[in-house]
Design a protein around this ligand. Structure first.
Ligand code: ATP
Ligand code: MG
Ligand code: FE
Length: 333
């Protein structure tokens, strides 16, 4: 079975072909980051315009790199949400148009589910039940899956998402965009114990997260230093901030691992590209004697292969969408 998947929820124009497994036959990602960089974040109007320019060539490339032809496809999928409405529309309309003209079933995919399903591209057999920590630019969710497709929320962020916190702090420290990789780079030569920062909600009941207090603490630290006329060591600050985020995330994960019976731990989303987080989660899994899964770096951040992976399981259940379905900017899982 061959599925063409399209992802345009934010600032990556991406198309992929997924074959049986699911496995990746092609995964083309055209990043617009250079166009958004000078604004310090994604500009929605620019994103939509760039998606329009790039969507056709990117889909064509995905088909040709997979070594197939359009007539070989069995289904077409696209991200339905969450994301920027204008950006979503471009990929969704292109995919629906293809499904219509090829007479194929169409599958509108939840982007955050896609992040989770990226794990199944690497391992088709993941032992259930599993606990999944999804950490991205817009989401920080702790989920319990009885099996793929059947889950419940354990916790979520009450304010900023983890990736959002990375991006905001990077912007504040003038480290560039996107913030996560820049902070990780700076942190490499910094001391993670140099600056004391809060770990919100750790030790409290439940499994929710909170990062706005940490953000405020970093901003206050810089303001106080500058009032005293002191220089801020950005490497130490980046390392201390990164450690605080990782500690906050993994403390809640550790609690869930103790409270719920699971076979595996999954990490997903753009922030899962962070090596300090990956190492810590791997350690938690090891000491709890659980399997640990995380996508390779290129499948952590936005890409169409993960959308195709989620669609693959929908296809297996013949769970299709009508072509009159629309995008949903605030679509929830
Ligand atoms: P969502 O998936 O919630 O809709 P999004 O698609 O914008 O949001 P992703 O593409 O999944 O988010 O991830 C991007 C986020 O991941 C950004 O906030 C970015 O800073 C963060 N990120 C990427 N690499 C790293 C890293 N190495 N360390 C920390 N954060 C990272
Ligand atoms: Mg992005
Ligand atoms: Fe994403």
């Amino acid at each position: 079975k061959l599925i063409l998947a399209v992802e345009t929820s934010c600032d990556e124009t991406s198309a992929a072909v997924i074959g049986a497994g699911p496995r990746i036959l092609s995964n083309i990602v055209a990043s617009q980051v250079d166009w958004h960089k000078k604004f310090g974040g994604v500009v929605p109007e620019i994103a939509s315009r760039k998606h329009l320019e790039l969507i056709e060539p990117v889909i064509d490339e995905a088909i040709s790199e997979a070594g197939i032809e359009y007539k070989d496809l069995d289904a077409v999928a696209a991200t339905r949400g969450p994301g920027l409405v204008g950006a979503l529309l471009v990929g969704f309309a292109a995919a629906k148009g293809l499904a219509y003209s090829l007479g194929l079933p169409f599958i509108g995919v939840n982007h955050v589910a896609g992040h989770i399903y990226a794990n199944f591209l690497i391992n088709n057999e993941i032992a259930s039940p599993f606990i999944c920590l999804t950490v991205s630019g817009g989401h920080t969710d702790l989920l319990y899956f009885d099996r793929p497709g059947s889950y419940r929320f354990l916790g979520r962020t009450r304010d900023d998402a983890a990736g959002e916190a990375f991006d905001k702090i990077a912007r504040f420290l003038e480290l560039g965009y996107p913030g996560g990789p820049e902070i990780e780079k700076m942190a490499k030569t910094g001391d993670a114990n140099a600056i004391e920062l809060p770990r919100a909600l750790v030790g409290e009941e439940g499994y929710d997260f909170s990062f706005s207090g940490l953000k405020t603490a970093v901003i206050n630290y810089v303001h106080n230093a500058s009032q005293r006329g002191e220089d801020v060591n950005k490497n130490d600050l980046a390392a201390s901030f990164q450690q605080a985020v990782v500690d906050s995330l993994t403390a809640r994960l550790e609690k869930a691992v103790m409270d719920f019976k699971a076979e595996s731990i999954l990490l997903a989303g753009g922030v899962a590209a962070n090596q300090v987080l990956r190492n810590k989660v791997e350690l938690i899994a090891k000491s709890a004697d659980l399997e640990y899964y995380v996508p390779p770096l290129n499948l952590c951040t936005d890409n169409a292969a993960m959308i195709g992976a989620a669609a693959y399981y929908r296809y297996a259940d013949a769970d299709f969408d009508n072509l009159d379905i629309g995008v949903k900017a605030d679509l929830s899982m």
